[in-house]
Design a protein around this ligand. Structure first.
Ligand SMILES: [Zn+2]
Length: 254
């Protein structure tokens, strides 16, 4: 268990960890079992953690997904409520729940390779450099891509206009590895979101609209736990995201 999100943030040693924590860190306040780390290093670490959990599977729509039991129980209650009103709550894809380490590497690599092709075709990056980055092992590659984005504004998001982290999680850092995330097809329906929120499921990753995270707390308890609400407008609708409240205090030396 962690004492507070703020303590956890201040204990982080690398920029990459701090960056990933500010994007995905809400999961650490979950009432279920939080991940033991911000970035799982490899498939063995993920499998060891996943096999220590109580897991439940269900078919939501056409896809079978698996989550931590507590998360699945609350999702099942949401599904029942929404169905009783004549609505639907279904999984968006076969990887809408549990993912493996390899899944997260594959999704990440797809965006990285597309981005390298794009920037190479615009002569913003040399073929040799693109190849070198493409061949880096996942953890080192994450650092290199975030550095490229920050220092040279070469973005690897789906439309090359913003960070890759708004399109895909870094390998080993996805909340889906902790089996506490669910991608819903009906994410744009406000009634669906209200029901999910009441049952402890929230938007916690800014810009990732189908993605909900099981926190298992009531909404009014979230600020106390170190989260702040950020509102963003998409297609004329307001979405609320609960993200770690991080105050960067820099000490400026004379
Ligand atoms: Zn997701």
């Amino acid at each position: 268990m962690i004492d507070s999100l703020r303590d956890m943030y201040s204990s982080l040693s690398s920029n990459v960890e701090r960056r990933l924590f500010s994007e995905y860190g809400a999961v650490f306040v979950t009432a279920a079992t939080p991940p033991p780390t911000i970035i799982f290093a490899d498939a063995v670490e993920v499998e060891t953690f996943q096999s220590s959990l109580r897991v439940e599977g269900a078919v939501l729509g056409v896809y079978y997904i698996e989550l931590q039991s507590q998360a699945m129980e609350h999702l099942a209650r949401a599904t029942d409520e929404i169905r009783s009103r004549g609505g639907c709550l279904t999984a968006r894809a076969s990887d809408a729940g549990r993912r493996s380490f390899e899944d997260t590497v594959r999704l990440w690599t797809r965006n990285v390779d597309r981005g390298l092709d794009h920037w190479e075709s615009l002569d913003r990056i040399s073929p040799a450099r693109a190849r070198a980055i493409s061949n880096l092992p996942p953890a080192v590659q994450v650092e290199a891509i975030l550095e490229l984005e920050e220092a040279e504004q070469l973005y690897f998001g789906t439309y090359f206009d913003r960070s890759i982290l708004y399109s895909v999680a870094a390998p080993g850092a996805s909340q889906h590895l902790s089996m506490l995330a669910f991608d819903a097809t009906e994410f744009s329906e406000e009634a669906v979101e209200r029901t999910l929120n009441r049952l402890g499921w929230y938007h916690t990753v800014a810009n990732d609209l189908p993605h909900f995270t099981f926190l298992g707390h009531s909404e009014d308890a979230l600020p106390e736990l170190g989260l702040k609400r950020v509102s963003r407008l998409y297609d004329g609708r307001n979405y609320n995201f609960w993200v770690p409240e991080i105050n960067e205090c820099r000490i400026i030396e004379a």
